[in-house]
Design a protein around this ligand. Structure first.
Ligand code: C5P
Length: 214
């Protein structure tokens, strides 16, 4: 691994899940651990980059040399990303952002009464697509975590969100684990990586990404 692949580059990333509040003690979230995003942040620092990491709620220590901004909801993550965006060379969306949020968060704890309770959900902003749509967008990298048809969905995201690179994995290979088996998708095609630890996979992703930056 060449340590200076990203020397002087500025990298902005998201990682972890988001938490969409329902009331002061409850909310909607997902099983993302943040491990892949934090491994990638470490690999970017090792490659010489200045890294800003916008993280949802995770129980992981901040990697050395990383500027960390903690958020809860997708809306907060969106605002933190856009606040930090000017001057970035690369944006990597690793976070498992909730697609929907409750239409309102109750100020007080919701009490049980009726036998059924219907939640109304609103679509969240797509942070990665919004960044990639900026006129002076940085190089944008997305993740596709799928349970089937990885090639189809990952290549679809590359085009629909106007990304330069998509890292695809099957959720059954990845969620909560320390290892991962991923396939990289870019304009040149499909590049499977051998199964490895999330730290090794992160270094491979950084090498590929540095090649695209040149
Ligand atoms: O469309 P899908 O959610 O599967 O796309 C996943 C990619 O998009 C990931 O890189 C994720 O971080 C990003 N994303 C985002 N904002 C959303 C949804 C997904 O940045 N609201």
């Amino acid at each position: 691994f060449q340590p200076k692949l990203l020397a002087g580059r500025r990298v902005l990333m998201t990682a972890g899940p988001t938490f969409e509040a329902l009331d002061p003690v409850r909310g909607l979230t997902n099983l993302s651990s943040g491990k892949m995003g934090f491994a990638l942040a470490r690999a970017c620092v090792q490659a010489g980059a200045h890294v800003t990491l916008v993280s949802g709620p995770v129980s992981l220590p901040t990697p050395q040399g990383v500027t960390r901004i903690d958020v809860q909801s997708a809306s907060q993550m969106h605002d933190a990303v856009f606040g930090a965006l000017p001057g970035q060379d690369v944006f990597i969306g690793v976070a498992a952002v909730a697609d929907y949020r409750p239409s309102q968060a109750a100020a007080d704890k919701i009490k049980k009464s009726a036998d059924t309770l219907t939640l109304e959900l609103l679509r969240n902003p797509d942070i990665l697509a919004a960044v990639a749509a900026q006129p002076d967008a940085p190089l944008c990298v997305g993740f596709a975590a799928e349970s089937r048809n990885l090639d189809g969905y990952a290549q679809g995201k590359l085009q629909a969100k106007k990304l330069q690179l998509v890292v695809g994995n099957l959720v059954q290979d990845s969620i909560g684990r320390d290892s991962n088996a991923v396939v990289l998708y870019d304009a040149a095609g499909r590049h499977p990586l051998p199964p490895a630890s999330k730290d090794d996979v992160a270094q491979r992703i950084v090498s590929h990404l540095a090649g695209l930056l040149k």
